[in-house]
Design a protein around this ligand. Structure first.
Ligand code: NAD
Ligand code: UGA
Length: 448
């Protein structure tokens, strides 16, 4: 068994870096964990009672480790930690490129490359650099080049250790992962990283592969998950036209042990910061490597998702006779305050464009931040409760599966007579909606 690294640093205190390092610190009290970010506001929030990321169980874990062996530090004040680190994780964003070669599809590695330059300048001795961010296959080659070109005497081994946590269940996923993946060719470095996870993860769940396989496996896993959602969503439309019920179809299909029941929930479309960008990254890689048929296959998973969001928005707009719509749920899924690439962004924009007024409610998303992301937010307001959002509206769109939306007392919430409830998640109490005399449309269920 390799010895535990004594000191680790993570660059990037976001949705992945923050929770992942908090769990490592909590599980490994002997390891010093410093999380750096150049966003001073984010670091201040991690050091406060109002953490920048909402995740069930996160505050308790941070509370136990922060100040003991877990520190959140503004980047420039973290140079000593960087110099002393045995292992440095890179956990910064890898969004879709907006300009240059591959714009609109390829991953933008500028944040990763900035980290590599920074590490090269400040690391000392031999350091293991770990790709925690999701990278295109062979990105490690680029990181190695940047490290080598900028190093001042230090040496490096690059490993790939992609993260599989899902938001909303991040702490559970980190404490009991299906698997931890470590890719790399340097056995000592792989062993060192393995020893860290082996503190709490059963050995058979720590998988090791080559560097390129680890990088591609992460993209592949997200692509397969997104493909399941697009598959069920494609059938949701067919159900609506034929009288079949998507929940029943999914339940039957999912009992096949070769298919399994998870990720078969029809929805208004997948959101989140990763599925779309990782699929597009895969599409770009396929095109780049001369595989247009493979690229087209994965592109269709994205296109179907865009179509699903468009068709829901059009249907809600058509149902809103008085042009006032309540949107319940802005987060891309329940139990998170994250609304990056949320279906709600596209549906709200489309409703506003079609001349509707939109009043929205979400228990965790800050309405002002959502409004600023919309661009033109004319006609968009935020309510403090579901009840307040629903007052007098002609249509309701339930876009996130927050539990409180499943138990709304529809007869007494004050929506306009004849209003239609559009359930984009299949969670509302259908009997209560009907008893209240309201119209009801559920994704994947025939009308009526
Ligand atoms: P994020 O935007 O929440 O966090 C990234 C952080 O990195 C930000 O706080 C930013 O200020 C900081 N940063 C960027 N460049 C920096 C630099 N040069 N120096 C210091 N700090 C810098 O992103 P995230 O959601 O945590 O995702 C990070 C990576 O993890 C992405 O590659 C993503 O694909 C992957 N991932 C995300 C999830 C998820 O659920 N969000 C899950 C698995 C993998
Ligand atoms: C996803 C993966 O599940 C993680 O393993 C991965 O680490 C992460 O992406 C990442 O790389 O960022 P996340 O996006 O946080 O995690 O959340 P998911 O639970 O995968 O949901 C993604 C979207 O699909 C959500 O909008 C969700 O509502 C939607 N979804 C999911 C459905 O519409 N139906 C389903 O059956 C499942």
């Amino acid at each position: 068994m390799n010895p535990l690294p004594e000191k680790i640093v993570c660059i990037g205190a976001g949705y992945v870096g923050g929770p992942t390092m908090a769990v490592i610190a909590e599980r490994c009290p002997a390891v010093g964990v410093t999380v750096l970010d150049h966003d001073a506001g984010r670091i201040a929030a991690w050091n406060s009672d109002r953490l920048p990321v909402f995740e069930p169980g996160l505050a308790e874990i941070v509370g136990r480790a922060r100040g003991r062996n877990l520190w959140f530090v503004e980047q420039r004040a973290g140079l000593a930690a960087l110099a002393e680190a045995d292992v440095i994780f890179i956990s910064v964003q890898t969004p879709t490129k907006t300009e240059g070669e591959g714009a609109g599809k390829a991953s933008d590695l500028r944040y990763v490359e900035a980290c590599a330059r920074f590490i090269a300048e400040h690391a000392r001795g031999h350091t293991i650099v770990v790709e925690k961010s999701t990278m295109p296959v062979r990105a490690a080659e680029r990181i190695q080049q940047v490290l080598a070109a900028n190093a001042t005497g230090a040496t490096f081994t690059v490993l790939s250790n992609p993260e599989f946590l899902a938001e909303g269940t991040a702490i559970r996923d980190l404490l009991q992962p299906d698997r931890v993946l470590i890719g790399g060719e340097d056995a000592a470095a792989v062993g060192s990283l393995r020893s860290l996870y082996a503190t709490w993860v059963p050995p058979e769940r720590i998988l090791t592969t080559g560097l390129w396989s680890a990088e591609l496996s992460k993209l592949a896993a997200n692509a397969f998950l997104a493909q399941r959602v697009s598959s069920i969503n494609s059938l949701s439309a067919l159900c609506e036209r034929t009288g079949a019920e998507i929940g029943e179809v999914a339940a039957v299909v999912g009992t096949d042990s070769r298919i399994g029941p998870k990720f078969l929930k029809a929805s208004v479309g997948f959101g989140g910061s990763c599925f779309r960008k990782d699929l597009l990254s895969l599409v770009y890689l396929c095109e780049h490597h001369g595989l247009p048929e493979v690229a087209a296959y994965w592109q269709q998973v994205v296109d179907l998702n865009e179509w699903q969001k468009r068709r829901v928005a059009a249907e809600v707009a058509a149902a809103a006779k008085n042009r006032r719509v309540a949107v319940l749920g802005l987060a891309f899924k329940k139990d998170t305050n994250d609304f990056r690439e949320s279906a709600a962004l596209q549906v709200v924009r489309s409703l506003l464009r079609s001349g509707c007024e939109v009043v929205a409610y979400d228990p965790r998303v800050e309405g002002a931040r959502f409004a600023s992301e919309l661009g033109d937010a004319t006609g968009f307001t935020v309510a403090a409760s579901a009840r307040q959002a629903l007052a007098g509206v002609g249509a309701v769109a339930v876009l996130t599966e927050w539990e409180e939306f499943a138990t709304l007392p529809w007869a007494s919430v004050g929506v306009a007579a004849g209003a239609t409830v559009f359930d984009g998640r299949g969670i509302v109490d259908r009997a209560a909606v009907r008893q209240a005399g309201l119209g009801l449309r559920v994704i994947g269920s025939p009308a009526g």
